[in-house]
Ligand binder design. Structure first.
Ligand code: NAP
Length: 304
């Protein structure tokens, strides 16, 4: 029986692992894929984590992982498919048959890429359509790429791609971007990025590979020839496992305060999967630390 099962191995989960060791709690990190460090691995560069500048998200994720390993964290690779609350603990069942029991859970399962749900999207996924500029950007050297979305991910991706591709378009459904002012300025200052606002994608077309994206603008349909498309239209919380166990907001984010305390005793939520205003690496890492402190207090109250 573990004191804490940490579900997720992104910055929130790994930070929780380090803090759990320091608190001398017996914790296990359950990661869906070996060495998976979550969304951070897809960031081309991280400029807003205190003390670091210009580090690639992949490298930063690896450093987080090594830190957790170096303090002696126990990891297991498993996809948890069911969480069963017991009298004084939780039983976690994995897809491969593993069963893990823990007195408390730190749930840091993050989010998944949202899709547009338009014609041609599933057909060209991984064949011209990608979610990850850092992973797939190199395929578009001297080619034309489009990024869809208007948030931090879309603009960061466009900037990353602008150094590789001949031309990068940003198709955004509204006039104004929700991305940070710094990213908006950088995009504006980049000659080979063209923004197409008020453009609602309607279809992806092509033959064996993606050839173009169709979109509606001011009631008129246009067709933009591109070699690749990067979808950056937001994320969906991976909270389904806790659907009947903890309270969530209407979008499925787990209701939790900065201490990670949820509506269910013994379950703490950290990182992007919880309700919060600012989803960043630094806030995820802070969540992991705060959740361990909440879990420590919870466990010591149970023992006394
Ligand atoms: P996001 O902020 O939710 O932005 C998603 C974008 O996709 C929005 O511009 C949205 O348009 C658009 N969109 C959503 N559904 C759409 C649809 N059906 N059709 C067309 N467009 C659609 O997502 P994100 O950019 O992935 O960022 C997620 C979180 O991670 C944010 O909190 C962000 O700050 C953080 N993040 C931070 C950094 C960084 O600090 N460098 C980098 C990446 C991500 P509307 O604007 O019209 O809603």
């Amino acid at each position: 029986m573990y004191d804490i099962a940490i579900i997720g191995s992104g910055p929130a989960g790994l930070s929780a692992a380090v803090y759990a060791k320091r608190a001398e709690l017996n914790a296990i990190v359950i990661e869906k894929e070996y060495m998976g460090t979550g969304q951070i691995a897809e960031s081309s560069r991280v400029d807003n984590y205190l003390g670091l500048y210009g580090e690639s998200g992949f490298d930063l994720g690896e450093k987080f992982r090594r830190h957790a390993e170096n303090v002696g964290t126990e990891f297991t690779e498993a996809e948890i498919v069911e969480i069963l609350p017991q009298k004084e603990s939780f039983l976690l069942k994995a897809a491969d048959g593993q069963e893990i029991s823990a007195r408390a859970i730190i749930y840091a399962a993050g989010t998944t890429h949202r899709q547009l749900g338009i014609k041609g999207e599933s057909e060209f996924l991984s064949n011209g359509i990608s979610f990850c500029a850092v992973c797939d950007g190199a395929f578009y050297s001297e080619k034309k790429a489009a990024v869809i979305g208007g948030g931090d991910t879309a603009l960061s991706d466009a900037l990353y791609l602008s150094a590789i591709a001949e031309k990068v378009y940003i198709l955004h459904r509204r006039e104004s971007f929700r991305a940070s002012a710094a990213l908006q300025k950088a995009v504006k200052d980049t000659a080979n990025i063209e923004c197409i606002p008020n453009a609602v994608p309607t279809e992806f077309i092509g033959g064996k590979k993606l050839e173009a994206v169709k979109y509606l603008r001011d009631g008129k349909e246009s067709c933009l020839p591109v070699d690749g498309v990067f979808l950056a239209v937001g994320r969906i919380p991976n909270s389904g496992l806790l659907k009947d166990i903890v309270c969530m907001d209407k979008n499925g984010y787990i209701l939790a305060d900065e201490n990670g305390i949820t509506s269910a005793e013994g379950i703490f939520a950290a990182g992007d999967v919880r309700t919060k205003t600012l989803r960043q690496v630094i806030t995820a890492a802070a969540d992991g630390a705060n959740c361990v402190e909440s879990a420590r207090i919870f466990l010591s109250e149970k023992r006394s």
